[in-house]
Design a protein around this ligand. Structure first.
Ligand code: PMP
Ligand code: GLU
Length: 397
């Protein structure tokens, strides 16, 4: 048998992608599965964006490599767009276009971490952070938050986690999987703490516009010039423009870090797909109509489905303010139904209730499961009804 590398042997497959693949395979076998695994908008990419890519293909412009760090005209369009939400305009050498935000994160870790450097990651966290840090020879330092504290980390907790090797603090607001948003005051305190300790901040803002019911996103990098110089922002087109398949990520940071990340993309991916970059120019310069329709649909789904989920015996849910996930704590339901861990519970929901969710274990939580509400309302209602029936019936035995 082939001896695989230590590098790959030390990493796990993405649990979200694995859960989605399993749901897809069962559906292909003819099972009536409702798939709430993947965090990707169920909307098709808006027509104007699609057309921009088609034009680039038929004009021949999409046939060629682009500048590795991204098309200059895409950087210009993005800088204007970014300024609307962040209040400052990055220069071209402060912007890197990547093959998805996921790769931007990995390039960042490779660019800033030496072996043994620590990255503080508040839990629950998005699945890929921990493995990516390890893949870059760094050490993930997990700081547990509680549902009672809305899954937010405090400066005291960060102070307790800090060591001489701490290099980076990772923040993801709105959060995948909890949907929580840090307030301006919370971010100011955390940002000032990071600056005082000379740490780098990695702000994964990919859900920045997906906020609901009047909640507001604050960008930590906008809070002060000093915080900004310590921060690298990760963003992209996947969530805001329903473009997960196009693979466009964008990083904004100091020219030094951006150039270092750029070296990594130039030696690995060369450039993000040219047709996708032309599509992204349109996404960043077009109007907001399609986005607002999508946002309203997510908000309606959240407001409809959240109370129904909260009604399930043994489910405790904090109402999310952003992103498109619900992350119920199911410990009481586990006890009532006789399951000993959330992974077995999520598997049983798939096998017996025909609802695919993701175990909280992949997000650093042994108490929760994650449901994506980026799917149509009827399917969501049916899925929650199936879960409720499953819990009630199992609890009788
Ligand atoms: N960060 C978070 C928090 C995410 O949920 C995702 C999910 N796709 C990503 C980054 C990566 O996004 P993408 O690679 O599609 O741009
Ligand atoms: N970010 C999405 C999720 O959490 C997509 C899957 C992935 O990139 O891991 O479901």
């Amino acid at each position: 048998m082939t001896q695989l590398s230590q590098f790959v042997s030390g990493m796990d497959e993405s649990v979200t992608l694995a859960a989605a693949a399993r749901a897809k395979a069962l559906k292909a076998e003819g099972r009536d599965i409702i798939d709430l695994t993947l965090g990707q908008p169920d909307f098709v990419t808006p027509k104007a964006i699609q057309n921009a890519a088609v034009a680039a293909i038929t004009d021949g412009k999409a046939s060629f490599y682009t500048v590795s760090s991204g098309l200059p005209e895409l950087k210009t369009a993005f800088a204007g767009y970014f300024e609307r939400y962040y209040g400052y305009k990055p220069a071209a050498n402060e912007i890197l276009v990547t093959t998805g935000a996921k790769f931007a994160l990995y390039a960042y870790f490779l660019a800033v971490l030496d072996p043994g450097d620590e990255v503080i990651i508040p839990a629950p966290y998005w699945v890929s952070y921990v493995d990516q840090v390890k893949m870059a020879s760094g050490v993930p330092v997990i700081v547990e938050t509680t549902q009672a504290a809305d899954f937010k980390v405090t400066v005291d907790q960060l102070e307790a986690a800090k060591t001489a090797r701490t290099k980076v603090l990772l923040l993801n607001s709105p959060s995948n999987p909890t949907g929580m948003i840090y307030s301006r005051e919370e971010l100011s305190a955390i940002g000032d703490w990071a600056v005082a300790n000379d740490l780098e901040i990695l702000a994964d803002d990919i859900y920045h516009r997906l906020v609901y019911n009047g909640a507001a996103f604050t960008a930590i990098s906008s809070l002060s010039d000093t915080i900004r110089t310590h921060t690298t922002v990760i963003n992209g087109t996947s969530k805001t423009f329903a473009m997960t398949g196009w693979r466009i990520g964008i990083a904004v940071g100091s020219p030094e870090i951006i150039a270092a990340m750029g070296k990594i993309s130039s030696q690995t991916t060369s450039n993000a797909a040219a047709a996708s970059q032309y599509a992204a120019i349109q996404a960043f310069s077009g109007d907001d109509k399609d986005f607002h329709e999508m946002q309203q649909a997510f908000e309606e789904r959240l407001n409809t489905i959240y109370p129904l989920l909260a009604e399930i015996p043994g489910f405790e849910v904090v109402k999310p303010q952003g992103a498109f996930y619900l992350f119920p704590k199911v410990t009481q339901a586990l006890t009532a139904t006789g399951y000993t861990n959330v992974t077995d519970f999520a598997n049983a929901l798939l096998e017996e209730a025909n609802v695919a969710t993701v175990t909280g274990e992949g997000f650093g939580s042994s108490e929760n499961i994650r449901l994506s509400y980026a799917t149509d309302l009827e399917s969501l209602k049916t899925a929650v009804a199936r879960i409720k029936k499953f819990v009630i019936e199992k609890s009788k035995h």
